[in-house]
Design a binder for this molecule. Structure first.
Ligand SMILES: [Zn+2]
Ligand SMILES: [Zn+2]
Length: 298
């Protein structure tokens, strides 16, 4: 078996698994995600992405809450990929799913997680590309004032980023989505204000991919993460997708040497055979700050 060289696989492509060159993969999306996913996958893997349309992916849930998302991000993405595989009859599927909320650490900054899942029924594996960051315009406003609304709209990048308007609160079924020019926004505002029992309309950012260029950028980054993982073959079975699957805590404290929750190693795992390897994270300090030490700073 040829030796495993991670650097070559990641940087030069010589170690990239040829397994997907020329293969067709189904992409189920109705919100134009193919614009960022297809070029990244085709350039990075040599595959051919077949767009599967004609299926309402909103059946798996919407960001505007008409249809709740019942499962986790991974479950929803997997359902979409599998639906695309069924409709196309292909053993390879890819799909994407995102979520928005407050920053998990700071709490009040908006946060975006994007996932692109790769399902391969021929090899029996599943690999996920992810990105999580605060690059998002996710926000809302309740107002009766057009000036306040137009200031909000400029702040969140309207009209490149579209808006959603409702008369009475986040769950009002009366809704105008995909507002993409000032005239449409003004009309929707007047409509909602006239309908509103409380006299204040609910405005929010439209988080659907085609309505949100910032989100598209994050979906592209998640697709790039997926490609870099798929280009790493397992040293044991050569299947693609040998990537970080977890971190081992225990980096010693800089003062007293007590193991801390900071990672001391990464675990790379094969999605097919389960082979694992420990690796020191690149550029990580050997010692953890005393601030995170359970002995020095309990
Ligand atoms: Zn393997
Ligand atoms: Zn300590």
């Amino acid at each position: 078996m040829e030796p495993y060289v991670e650097g070559a696989a990641r940087a030069g492509g010589r170690g990239a698994p040829p397994v997907y060159a020329g293969r067709t993969v189904a992409l189920l999306t109705q919100h134009r995600k193919e614009l960022v996913i297809t070029p990244v996958l085709e350039a990075g893997l040599g595959c051919v992405v077949e767009l599967v349309t004609g299926f309402d992916t909103d059946r798996f849930g919407t960001f505007t809450r008409e249809i709740p998302r019942p499962g986790t991000l991974v479950e929803t993405a997997r359902k979409k990929a599998r639906q695309g595989m069924v409709l196309s009859g292909l053993p390879l599927g890819v799909a994407s799913e995102g979520a928005f909320g407050p920053d998990p650490v700071i709490g009040f900054m908006p946060w975006n997680v994007e996932l692109v899942i790769w399902v391969d029924d021929a090899l029996g594996l599943e690999v996920m590309g992810t990105v999580a960051n605060s690059r998002t315009n996710f926000d809302h406003l309740v107002t009766a004032d057009w000036d306040e609304l137009s200031a909000f709209a400029r702040k969140v990048g309207f009209p490149d980023h579209h808006l959603v308007v409702r008369p009475d609160g986040a769950d009002d079924p009366r809704v105008r989505k995909g507002l993409s020019d000032w005239e449409a926004l003004e009309g929707a505002f007047a409509w909602a204000l006239a309908q509103s029992a409380g006299g204040r309309v609910f405005v929010e950012t439209d988080m659907r991919a085609h309505a949100n260029p910032t989100r598209m950028t994050n979906i592209r980054a998640a697709a790039e993460d997926l490609v870099s993982k798929l280009r790493c073959p397992c040293p044991a079975c050569r299947a693609p997708g040998f990537a970080v699957a977890g971190r081992v805590p225990g980096r010693p404290c800089e003062l007293c040497g007590t193991p801390t929750p900071e990672p001391v190693a990464e675990v790379h795992r094969c999605p097919r055979c389960g082979h694992e390897q420990r690796a020191e994270p690149d550029g990580a300090p050997a010692r953890a700050p005393a601030a995170v030490c359970p002995f020095c700073n309990p």
